[in-house]
Design a protein around this ligand. Structure first.
Ligand code: AMP
Ligand code: TRP
Length: 331
């Protein structure tokens, strides 16, 4: 049966501080799915380069991300863990797909428009513009069936499916058209200080996110100080984005329904909810933090694990790339 397992591919950029949104939107689900699929969990370091990175910091962040993957429960016996830049097929397939992707399609990507608008579109890197094509190459290279990600990746996944279908239509069946997996709870965790914007790794305000490596007391403080809505009733509604976010985090961390949690806090205020939520989050994250810090004590072992992962990934990637080249007349 081993060979009949369907494949998963997903990745996270080794930039900024991994946070609760990354955990609930992505990592937690990767771990839950890992027994039923053949998994490729990648550290997408080439994607990180689409905005300027300090090489010294990037090196540290790559290992940190590997440690966090493992600490969250990704098991290297069940999942291939590797760095994107160590499998040259990612960049090569991205080029082949660049030649079927359209300027209009990439220009419509909201993530590009948001990120590029910050420093002016003219000075955004070409890499930032091309980011979704490299992402498509990541997944198609492994003929993955399922891509577990947070809500913000929906548009990129749609483009990926379009590119796979277009290539197959033009040159013959080559790629699996992947499905997206977005969790029911935790797919869009919002910033603690501004619940109308997404919790983000690149935020300059640490109070806006709970980092997976935050000390438990820091976690408690950040939740205590999280923005609240007017009226103290503990009920999620569109006009109460702050409480809706806290309830959403609570639900995603515990696997309970928001309505059930609301009922439990009926007649009680925010203060109680925040206090309990802080303990729920600390209890969930503290073991991850401890394991990650312990793993980081042995960087050579992490590097060796990533090298072994890359060797396995290359075998699959080479086969797909060979096929894609042949279909294009490059054999
Ligand atoms: P990134 O931080 O952009 O590298 O995202 C890595 C993964 O985490 C992707 O699957 C994202 O969809 C997911 N993710 C990022 N931010 C959030 C968030 N605030 N809520 C839920 N998922 C998120
Ligand atoms: N773009 C994704 C993000 O920012 C990261 C990513 C790169 C990815 N390649 C991928 C996610 C392939 C899933 C599959 O979150």
């Amino acid at each position: 049966m081993q060979n009949e397992k369907r494949r998963i591919f997903s990745g996270i950029m080794p930039s900024g501080n991994l946070h609760l949104g990354n955990y609930l939107g992505a990592l937690k689900n990767w771990v839950a799915l890992q027994d039923d699929y053949e998994n490729y969990y990648c550290i997408v370091d080439l994607h990180a380069l689409t905005v300027p990175q300090d090489p010294k910091v990037l090196r540290v962040k790559i290992r940190e991300l590997a440690a966090i993957y493992l600490a969250c429960g990704i098991d290297p016996e069940k999942s291939v863990v590797f760095r994107q830049s160590r499998v040259s097929g990612h960049a090569e397939l991205a080029w082949l797909l660049n030649c079927v992707a359209k300027v209009g399609e990439l220009s419509r990507m909201t993530q590009f428009k948001d990120k590029a608008s910050k420093g002016g579109t003219d000075s955004a890197s070409v890499g930032l513009y091309d980011y979704p094509v490299l992402q498509a190459a990541d997944v198609l290279l492994y003929n993955a069936h399922l891509v577990p990600v947070g809500e913000d990746q929906r548009q990129h996944l749609e483009l990926m499916r379009t590119l796979a279908r277009r290539f197959n239509g033009l040159y013959g069946e080559t790629f699996v058209v992947p499905d997206i997996f977005v969790p029911e709870a935790g797919a869009r965790v919002m910033a603690l200080d501004e619940p109308t914007t997404k919790m983000s790794k690149s935020s300059p305000t640490p109070a806006s996110y709970i980092a997976l490596l935050d000390d438990p007391d820091v976690v408690r403080r950040k939740i205590r100080r999280a923005k609240t809505d007017s009226r103290s009733e503990v009920k999620a509604s569109p006009d109460k984005p702050a409480i809706a976010n806290l309830l959403g985090i609570y639900a995603a961390m515990t696997g309970r329904k928001v309505a059930e949690i609301e009922a439990e806090y009926e007649g009680r205020g925010y203060g109680d909810l925040k206090k309990d939520l802080a303990e729920v989050v600390v209890e969930g994250l503290a073991p991850i933090r401890e394991r990650a810090l312990a793993l980081l004590d042995d960087p050579a072992e992490l590097d060796a694990l990533l090298d072994r992962g890359a060797a396995k990934a290359r075998e699959v990637a080479d086969t797909t790339l060979h096929d894609a080249r042949a279909k294009l007349g490059l054999d």
